[in-house]
Design a protein around this ligand. Structure first.
Ligand code: ATP
Ligand code: MG
Length: 245
């Protein structure tokens, strides 16, 4: 435990952390979780997101990334430790077909929207959400006519419809071709850099080239997360490891 705290502090210069986590976008403090079959998925895991932006997690299969997401969204309860955020949290999965429920883009977004005081406002809000994800004018488009990348961007718009401030994306580009992958990644990066209301996104990936767009990146192993570093530094580090193995 002491060792882990020291590791986190080692990144303070590049990624200054809040001493008690109260000023952080997300504070995961020493969380452990064991599945009923005995697998220890998270082992006193610590993670602090110091400010809005695009934050990425990499890690080998089974290192605990998706379990961590389920804990942050509240689908699972930590068995020890704590998770704090002041944001509404939304989750985006690898396959948008598992997330899009209604036949048209507009109706699907409406489903996820928080009720508004002004009954005429939903149309504006839908257009804003579609525009933010590069889907302007598509409110009445049937979902089955969208490309994979467009569907994923609609799924992200749907997640944001609930006014979530913390977006968790679990390998959102794994099923996409390189051009759609780039499009989805750049759309989320733009939302995270908004001067008006910057989003906080935590993005899981196995595609190392995506790390270059991250504001910070970290590696998860055996249920724990290493300190933040720049995305390009982590990419170099992992690529050296891969080519050397
Ligand atoms: N529902 C479950 N029941 C039992 N064990 C589980 C369950 N889900 C995950 N695990 C185990 O918990 C550990 C962490 O799994 P998790 O899915 O969080 O890893 P991951 O980092 O997301 O992996 P991947 O990169 O393959 O998606 C693994 O050993 C996995 O087998
Ligand atoms: Mg996973």
């Amino acid at each position: 435990m002491k060792k882990l705290r020291r590791q986190v502090a080692a990144s303070d210069r590049d990624f200054p952390l809040s001493p008690d986590g109260s000023a952080a976008e997300l504070n995961v403090e020493s969380v452990s979780y064991r599945w009923p079959n005995g697998t220890l998925a998270l082992d006193q895991c610590c993670l602090q997101i110091p400010h809005p932006g695009l934050w990425m997690l990499v890690g080998s299969n089974g290192s605990g990334k998706s379990t961590l997401f389920r804990l942050i969204t509240g689908l699972l309860e930590p068995q020890s430790g704590s998770i704090r955020t002041n944001h509404r949290v939304a989750l985006v999965f690898q396959n948008p077909d598992h997330q899009l429920l209604l036949p048209s883009c507009g109706s699907d977004l409406l489903l996820g929207m928080t009720p508004q005081a002004d009954p005429h406002a939903p149309g504006h809000r839908i257009e804003k959400l579609l525009g933010d994800l590069g889907l302007s004018g598509m409110a009445s488009r049937p979902i089955h006519t969208l490309s994979g990348g467009q569907k994923q961007r609609l799924a992200i718009a749907g997640a944001l419809a609930s006014e979530a401030g913390l977006l968790l994306l679990d390998e959102p580009t794994a099923l996409l071709d390189p051009s759609s992958q780039r499009n989805v990644l750049e759309s989320v990066q733009k939302l995270c850099r908004s001067t008006e209301q910057p989003l906080t996104a935590l993005w899981i990936t196995h595609r190392l080239e995506e790390l270059d767009l991250a504001d910070g990146a970290a590696c998860m192993r055996d249920g724990r997360i290493d300190p933040w570093m720049t995305g390009s530094k982590l990419r170099d580090h992992l690529q050296c490891g891969r080519s050397g193995s």
